[in-house]
Ligand binder design. Structure first.
Ligand code: BTN
Length: 260
């Protein structure tokens, strides 16, 4: 399977999306997340601003992780402020999970029905048992957000580093055909706005979706919080975004940490 020969994103169509105010489209960049953060610091750009790249040479993941940006994948960061979509300014720690819900809703119609698509706490989307998307939400001191998404679309994992290939997948691998990445990104922007608005409007109700979409139910997980490890059976994700573990010491909730 290979991607169409001209699989370049169409900036003009992206720029016309009603949820955003402008686009920066890079053939190659270190990291869209870093660029969007730089734009926030410089100021003066109309928001939300989409920064998208065909290639990233230094894509960032959570913590010290790297993000491998395969040719034909989607890598973008949205510089955004809650005001842009008339949302309250209060920080919402589970916003990355809400972004995950938007990605799941975008992907579900694109993969075969028997392929499960859902969330892996804290900020991954899995499809067919492997990671298809990663999310990074950076909240800046002035309340602006940089919502970064890496989504494997038309990229074969054959060219990926061994560790990525073993645990990642892409839409083309799951569906057996290539996708118009511009359309996928336009749909995702629509879904993102709808989802983030719903998240704020009905947080309790919306939060139940985390548990419905959680793919880790019943799995034995070990979480590392500041060097302290806890192991337990996953009992899902609470409406406020906490990971629920049934441990030898009882039920425990985790709002941050790294799964081992
Ligand atoms: C993770 O899985 O740890 C999060 C990965 C986030 C990757 C995206 S790709 C677009 C944006 N730019 C970056 O440098 N990182 C995010």
């Amino acid at each position: 399977m290979c991607a169409p020969s001209d699989d370049t994103l169409e900036s003009t169509r992206l720029a016309a999306h009603p949820a955003i105010a402008g686009v920066e489209h890079h053939a190659s960049i270190g990291s869209t997340q870093d660029r969007a953060t730089e734009l926030a610091r410089i100021g003066g750009v109309a928001l939300p601003r989409l920064v998208v790249a065909e290639e990233q040479t230094a894509g960032r993941g959570r913590g010290a992780n790297r993000w491998w940006t395969g040719r034909g994948s989607l890598a973008f960061s949205l510089l955004w402020h809650p005001d842009n979509w008339n949302l309250p300014r209060e920080p919402m720690p589970d916003r990355a999970l809400a972004v995950g819900v938007a990605i799941v809703e975008t992907l579900k119609p694109l993969v075969p029905r028997d392929v499960p698509v859902g969330l892996h706490w804290p900020n991954d989307v899995y499809a067919g048992g492997k990671k298809i998307a990663g999310i990074l939400v950076d909240v800046l001191s002035d309340g602006q957000h940089v919502i970064g998404v890496g989504l494997n679309v038309n990229n074969s994992l054959a060219a990926a580093p061994d560790d990525v290939r073993a645990r990642a997948t892409s839409l083309i691998e799951l569906a057996g055909h290539a996708f118009d990445r511009t359309v996928v990104l336009l749909d995702l922007l629509t879904q993102l706005r709808t989802t983030l608005v719903e998240h704020v409007a009905t947080p309790e109700h919306f939060g139940r979706r985390y548990n419905e979409l959680c793919l880790q139910h019943g799995r034995t997980l070990t979480i590392d919080v500041a060097g302290r490890q806890t192991t337990g059976a996953c009992a899902g994700i609470a409406p406020d975004g906490a990971l629920l573990l049934e441990t030898a010491d009882g039920s425990q909730r985790f709002y941050s940490g790294v799964l081992r």
